[in-house]
Design a protein around this ligand. Structure first.
Ligand code: GDP
Length: 302
């Protein structure tokens, strides 16, 4: 129900546009498909992914000779679900794989909601009875370190920090080491996302990984890229840069509340084949949800 609320704007816009696209039409013809293409593009699904969806529907129309517009909803849902890489989470809970401590490295450019997402994750894991350690390795912004500390205080989770302008890799090393010593279940490392210099970004993230591996050989177990869903296609460009710089294994898409660009989740998922694991639907601590593709698609069509 909170997902429906979180996606309100996307849903409203998508649904009303879709309604207009098929108004007065009984069969799916070239004109309806043209309209549909416009609806998908304006919901920020992205051109490539939109064309893929349109093509699949065209093929289905060709196969069946005839397709009723009343069936368009169902068919569109099926095509979108196919493109969403994420698997539904077992039991829909914030669970952790059998690695102790589970090492998460969180990447993303400033302002996308990285620190907030880490705070929300810490809170969810903490509530689930897990021992959490945070590492403030975004040492280029005093605000980032302070904010992470604040989230730590709020949730009662220790934050490892060396202050501003210290070596991020050394913070990451200490955080992972502390997590081992404290017998923590999960350690979440915030990193700086300075995209303006790709070589630097790549070097910095590699260095952070290398030092973590001195403590835990197969760390990090998860590299979570945080993207701001309200920036639409910009989020796709950032995903392109980060996937070049490091092996991103999961995505969090934030700020889906208050935007009509929720379709970007479909485009991102299709283009990068990296599962969207979490979505941010508000500024409050509980406004983070596990992404479930069936629920997501359902809420678009409700
Ligand atoms: P960072 O620079 O990437 O660490 O970004 P922050 O975590 O500081 O977040 C930047 C702003 O986005 C803050 O004002 C957050 O409250 C806000 N924010 C983060 N996630 C969400 C979300 O899911 N929805 C909304 N509406 N705001 C969010």
């Amino acid at each position: 129900e909170s997902l429906d609320k979180g996606l309100e704007k996307t849903k409203e816009s998508f649904f009303s546009k879709l309604g207009k696209a098929i108004m007065g039409k009984s069969t799916v013809d070239a004109e309806v498909l043209d309209e549909l293409e416009g609806v998908l593009v304006s919901s920020d699904v992205g051109i490539e992914t939109t064309l893929k969806i349109i093509q699949s529907i065209e093929e289905r129309v060709a196969q069946n000779k005839y397709l009723n517009t009343s069936e368009l909803d169902r068919i569109l849902r099926e095509e979108i679900v196919k493109l969403l890489a994420a698997e539904p989470q077992p039991n829909y809970t914030f669970s952790l794989p059998e690695k102790k401590p589970y090492v998460m490295m969180v990447v993303g450019v400033n302002g996308v909601g990285k620190t907030t997402t880490i705070g929300k994750l810490a809170s969810q894991f903490h509530k689930a009875g897990k021992k959490v350690v945070l590492g403030a390795a975004d040492t280029f912004r005093a605000a980032a370190v302070d904010q992470l500390k604040l989230w730590g205080e709020r949730t009662g989770v220790p934050v490892i920090s060396h202050g501003m302008n210290t070596d991020p890799a050394s913070v990451a090393f200490d955080a992972v080491k502390q997590a081992v010593e404290l017998n923590a279940d999960v350690v979440i490392i915030d990193t700086a996302g300075r995209l303006h210099n790709k070589v630097n970004l790549m070097n910095e993230l590699s260095k952070i990984k290398r030092v973590m591996q001195k403590v835990i050989a197969d760390a990090p177990h998860e590299v979570l890229l945080v993207l701001d869903g309200s920036t639409g296609q910009n989020a796709i460009m950032q995903a392109q840069e980060f996937t070049k710089a490091t092996d991103v294994t999961a995505l969090a898409v934030t700020k889906l509340d208050g935007t009509a660009k929720g379709g970007v989740v479909i485009g991102i998922s299709d283009q990068f084949k990296i599962p969207v694991k979490y979505i941010g639907v508000g500024e409050k601590i509980d406004d983070l949800q596990l992404f479930n593709k069936y629920e997501f698609v359902d809420s678009l069509f409700k």
